[in-house]
Write a protein that binds this ligand. Sequence first.
Ligand SMILES: [Zn+2]
Length: 168
Amino acid sequence: MTIQENMVVSVDYKLSNHKTGEHIEATTAEQPMVFLYGVGGIIPQFEENLLGKSVGDAFDFSIVAEHAYGHSNEEQIAMIPLDVFHDENGQFDATYFSIGSLIPMSDSEGNQLRGKIMEVTSEMIKMDFNHPLAGQDLHFSGSIVDIREATSDEIAHGHAHGPGGHEH
Ligand SMILES: [Zn+2]
């Protein structure tokens, strides 16, 4: 069995910054990343690099920033009035808003996103809504742990079920 559309694929991988070698994240063989191949949930070039591979095959490739999470964009940096962050008592709890913290937010269309705090003043919080990996060339290495055919439910839902996938 080889990786193609409508397969549920488990991979064990290490992700690092391609230019600096800095470690970013890693799975383990016991808790691999599990995903439904070909539905667009992950970086397209990541999937392209795995096409046709079998269980046990290794991979080692890089993806430049513009094909991964894009470049950091000044337009994704916003100044937000402090009163947006008031709690139910109308108070601002500064302990929750330290520089570098990631705060869950939603945009005017209700989309969930996370903002990284860059600066806090007496009136505003400056937040960066760029993806944390924006601007980074990514290096992936690892191996294919498992491949199976997706169930009709998984294909209908557009994601993998079971361990490592959606539990519902
Ligand atoms: Zn589902």
